[in-house]
Design a protein around this ligand. Structure first.
Ligand code: PGA
Length: 240
């Protein structure tokens, strides 16, 4: 596990975007694992700029997102499909059929989960997985206590995650359940890039990097990944 610390979230985002850009140039049909949340927005914005400047071609890129709320229409601005379409996919030349977000409205959620893992595998596997981190060190919606070997599955959200995300739900009720790639699916990615910004993430970053590998700190599993890079701003790294 390698760590790099940046003076600002902007510098961090530029660095992260460069890692994506380098991969896309080297392997135009690469498979990206993508994340929602506030943290990756600056990285997406930088990738959009690189695309607009003519330096990046997403036409063959394939993507799989980490998670989605259960039972929220994709037209709801809080759905992660909506988030990805509006903040990233609609602004670059990615083919919509190459973008995958777990279907939070599938009639058979279990079947959808196993199909999601199968289609990741059929794509050749994720080359580069982007992750944020929760204040409780969750990755995607894998909350403390999650099984390290799990594939994509449905989860009940913890109160701390509901609390952290409730601010976004002004019009609709915040769902209590979600579908998420499991830690087992995430750990299969060839390279992992975790972004942490702000002092609210400092304890989670410390526990992840310095603490024991334990399901109580889901992101600590990344200590076992052969190619994981953590990018922090100074505030998120303040307890290291
Ligand atoms: P954030 O969420 O980027 O909005 O802080 C990260 C997460 O909870 O995984």
């Amino acid at each position: 596990m390698d760590i790099r610390i940046f003076d600002s979230s902007r510098e961090l985002a530029f660095f992260a975007a460069d890692i994506f850009a380098e991969l896309i140039r080297k392997k135009p049909d690469c498979v990206l694992g993508l994340a929602t949340g506030a943290t990756p927005l600056e990285t997406y914005a930088r990738l959009i700029t690189l695309y607009e400047e003519g330096g990046l071609d997403f036409s063959q890129v394939r993507t799989f997102n980490l998670d989605e709320y259960l039972g929220l229409p994709v037209t709801d601005p809080n759905s992660y499909r909506y988030f990805m379409d509006s903040n990233f996919f609609s602004k670059v030349n990615i083919a919509p059929e190459n973008t995958h977000v777990p279907d939070g409205n599938a009639a058979d959620a279990e079947q959808m989960c196993s199909e999601y893992d199968r289609s990741i595998q059929a794509s050749g596997g994720i080359d580069l997985q982007l992750l944020g981190i929760g204040r409780n060190a969750h990755i995607a919606f894998n909350e403390p206590g999650s099984d390290f070997s799990a594939g994509t599955h449905t989860v009940r959200l913890t109160e701390s995650t509901i609390e952290a995300n409730r601010i976004y739900f002004t019009e609709s009720e915040m769902p209590r359940f979600a579908v998420t790639m499991g830690i087992g699916s995430i750990m299969k990615a060839k390279k992992i890039l975790l972004l942490a910004v702000g002092d609210k993430k400092a304890q989670a970053v410390r526990d992840t990097v310095k603490g024991p590998v334990t399901p109580e700190v889901p992101a600590s599993v990344l200590q076992n990944h052969p190619d994981c890079l953590i990018l922090c701003d100074k505030a998120a790294a303040s307890l290291l």
